[in-house]
Design a protein around this ligand. Structure first.
Ligand SMILES: Nc1nc2c(ncn2[C@@H]2O[C@H](COP(=O)(O)OP(=O)(O)OP(=O)(O)O)[C@@H](O)[C@H]2O)c(=O)[nH]1
Ligand SMILES: [Mg+2]
Length: 286
């Protein structure tokens, strides 16, 4: 299915990126540390040409530390400048600034200029604000928050350009869409949240069973629907008539996963060709 995520918005965003490319020295591509490949822009080369690029694994506080280390090695082995950061707590900023310092200045005059790009909700505006030590750009846990570009001065030597999130209209591999949905990069209204919660439960039961078990005090060997029922039961999510409010369990599970309340969890690992996600490559969730 082809999806118009934000009609008109995506074409405008790509135009902003292309038009401002000549003004910048380096591009920071923000990805979500929990799924760095699925949240990476597949057409980045056609978008930014041969500009210097640094990969920033943001929200590292929410990702499995061991897996993040594997990702760092993966990108470094490809010769890519890469750093894991937590934009809210500013961890990893020293390495980030030093990677930026080590890039060449290509534009003639003024400070070094960096453009921040990435999928929606990955933390671009938060990172820019924190690097500049100002709350200039609006941030929110909703994809599509930033609607136009914004320049922000970090110092007389460095300026940043925040851009709106980019998403593409079709996922060749549907598992990529599922991971983007789980991480909050796709508008909620477009998603089959119930299906998404099932997939999350199945994933957690295989890769992070203890996290699921201890957060909700459930037996992970029971079917996903029963797990949602148990969550409704223990949290008191009831509808009039006394039936369980499963929709509320669905929303709670997804939102608590996104906020890291189930612990630090990574959705993908480098060089993972087979397994859970490969089996979902034909599943629609939108
Ligand atoms: N835990 C955690 N949350 C973060 C981090 N960075 C950003 N966030 C949160 O992620 C949400 C999205 O942040 P934004 O900065 O608005 O994301 P964005 O990429 O600018 O989003 P769009 O403008 O919609 O494309 C907000 O709720 C932030 O507080 C991080 O490193 N760790
Ligand atoms: Mg933004």
């Amino acid at each position: 299915m082809d999806i118009q995520w934000y009609p008109g918005h995506m074409a405008k965003t790509k135009k902003i990126i292309k038009q401002n490319l000549k003004l910048v020295d380096v591009v920071l591509e923000l990805v979500d540390a929990r799924a760095p490949l699925s949240t990476h822009l597949p057409d980045i080369n056609s978008l930014i040409g041969n500009k210097d690029i640094i990969t920033v694994l943001n929200k590292a506080d929410l990702a499995d530390k061991e897996v993040t280390e594997l990702w760092i090695n993966f990108f470094e082995s490809q010769g890519r400048g890469v750093v894991a950061v937590d934009a809210l707590r500013k961890s990893g900023f020293k390495k980030l600034f030093s990677l930026i310092d080590n890039t060449k200045k290509r534009t003639m005059l003024g400070p070094k200029r960096c453009m921040i790009i990435g999928v929606p909700n990955v933390g671009k505006s938060s990172l820019m604000n924190q690097m500049a030590r100002r709350k200039s750009a609006r941030t929110a846990d909703v994809p599509g928050t930033t609607r136009s570009k914004m320049w922000l001065k970090v110092s007389h030597r460095l300026e940043l350009l925040d851009t709106p999130g980019v998403l593409w209209p079709k996922f060749e591999d549907k598992a990529v869409g599922i991971k983007l949905a789980l991480l909050g990069c796709i508008k909620e209204e477009l998603l089959d949240l119930h299906r998404l919660a099932f997939i999350l439960i199945e994933f957690l039961s295989i890769y992070y069973p203890d996290n699921l078990k201890s957060r909700y005090d459930v037996d992970i060997n029971i079917p996903p629907e029963k797990i949602l029922e148990k969550i409704a039961q223990s949290r008191g999510f009831l509808l009039s008539g006394g039936t369980y409010d499963i929709e509320r369990s669905v929303k709670t599970l997804i939102s608590e996963f996104r906020q890291g309340k189930l612990g630090a969890i990574s959705l993908e690992r480098p060089e993972e060709k087979e397994g859970f996600w490969a089996s979902l490559s034909n599943q629609d969730i939108v």
